[in-house]
Design a binder for this molecule. Structure first.
Ligand code: NDP
Length: 246
C-alpha cells in the first residue's frame, strides 16, 4: 500500500545525500515531491529523473534556504505547481568541524545561516502555507548527544533546530500539524566522509551497536513513516537514527 498517496512533500537539500534518498523513498510511497537544492542543478535533475523513472512525480526547485525571499518564493512556486504542500522535510544542512579556537566568523555565520536560519525560514513559511493536518520533519544530528570536540558550532546549530522543533510543534498543533526532529548518526554521504581518512570513518562506524555506517536509506525509511498519518501522535520529539550509538 502506498501510504503517502495524495501528499505533496517539500524536501530541502534533496539534490544529493540523505535528502536525495528521502525524496526517492517518499515518491515510492506515493508522494509528489519538490526536490529543493541550492547549487547542484544537475544532481537535483538526476534525483527528479530517478523518481520519474520509478513511476513517481517530482519537480526540482532551486532556493537557498538561508535566504528568506528565496524560501518564500519556493513555497509559492511549489503551491502554484501542486496546489498545496502537506509535508516539509527540513533536510538541507552543512557541517564545518574545527576546534572552536580555529572557527572563523565566516564559518560561524555560514553554519548558522544554513542550518538555523534556513530551518527558521522554512518553518515561518510553513506556519501559514503548509496544509492543515500536515507534518514537518527537521534534521538535527546525533552529535548533539555525542558532544565531540571540533563539533561545537555544528552542535550549536543543531541544538537550535531541536529547540525550534519543540516550540513550533506547540504553535501549529492546533492546525493538526506535527513537528519532529530526526538525529542521524554517521551516515554515508559526502557531508560525513569528505576529508576524513578511512580509518576515522571506520572508527566512527564502529561506535554503534550494529558496527556499520548508517546509509541514507536507514534515515529515509523513518522519514517516510514520520511523513505519514500513522505518525500523527508523535510531535515535538527528537528521534535518534543511529543504531544505538547515543
Ligand atoms: P550532503 O552534504 O550530502 O547534502 C546536503 C544537501 O543540502 C545537498 O542537496 C545540498 O544542495 C543541500 N544544501 C546545502 N546548503 C543548502 C542551502 N543553503 N539551501 C538549500 N539546500 C542546501 O549532506 P547529508 O545528506 O549528509 O546531510 C543532510 C542533513 O542530515 C543535514 O542537515 C545534516 O546536517 C544532517 N546529518 C547528516 C549526517 C551524516 O552523517 N551525513 C549525520 C547527522 C545529521 P546542493 O547540492 O545544491 O549544494
Amino acid at each position: 500500500m502506498k501510504t503517502l498517496n495524495e501528499k505533496v512533500i517539500l524536501v530541502t537539500g534533496a539534490s544529493r545525500g540523505i535528502g536525495a534518498e528521502v525524496a526517492q523513498q517518499l515518491a515510492l510511497a506515493g508522494a509528489k515531491v519538490i526536490v529543493n537544492y541550492a547549487g547542484g542543478t544537475a544532481a537535483a535533475e538526476e534525483t527528479v529523473n530517478a523518481i520519474i523513472a520509478a513511476g513517481g512525480e517530482a519537480i526540482a526547485l532551486q532556493a537557498d534556504v538561508s535566504k528568506a525571499d528565496e524560501v518564500a518564493n519556493l513555497f509559492d512556486a511549489a503551491i502554484a505547481h501542486y496546489g498545496k504542500i502537506d509535508v516539509l522535510v527540513n533536510n538541507a544542512g552543512i557541517m564545518i568541524t574545527k576546534l572552536l579556537k580555529d572557527t572563523t566568523d565566516e564559518d560561524f555565520t555560514r553554519q548558522f545561516d544554513v542550518n538555523v536560519r534556513g530551518t527558521f525560514n522554512t518553518l515561518r513559511e510553513a506556519a501559514t502555507k503548509l496544509a492543515d493536518g500536515g507534518s514537518i520533519i527537521n534534521f538535527s544530528s546525533t552529535t548533539t548527544r555525542l558532544l565531540m570536540p571540533t563539533y561545537s558550532t555544528y552542535v550549536a546549530t543543531k541544538g537550535a533546530v531541536e529547540q525550534l522543533t519543540r516550540v513550533f510543534a506547540k504553535e501549529v498543533g492546533a492546525r493538526g500539524i506535527n513537528v519532529n526532529a530526526v538525529l542521524p548518526g554517521p551516515t554515508n554521504t559526502e557531508l560525513f566522509t569528505k576529508g576524513k581518512p578511512q580509518q576515522v570513518i571506520d572508527h566512527l562506524a564502529s561506535l554503534n551497536a550494529f558496527n556499520r555506517l548508517g546509509q541514507p536509506s536507514d534515515v529515509a525509511k523513518v522519514v517516510v513513516f514520520l511523513a505519514g498519518d500513522d505518525a500523527k501522535w508523535i510531535s515535538a520529539q527528537t528521534i535518534g537514527l543511529n543504531g544505538a550509538m547515543a
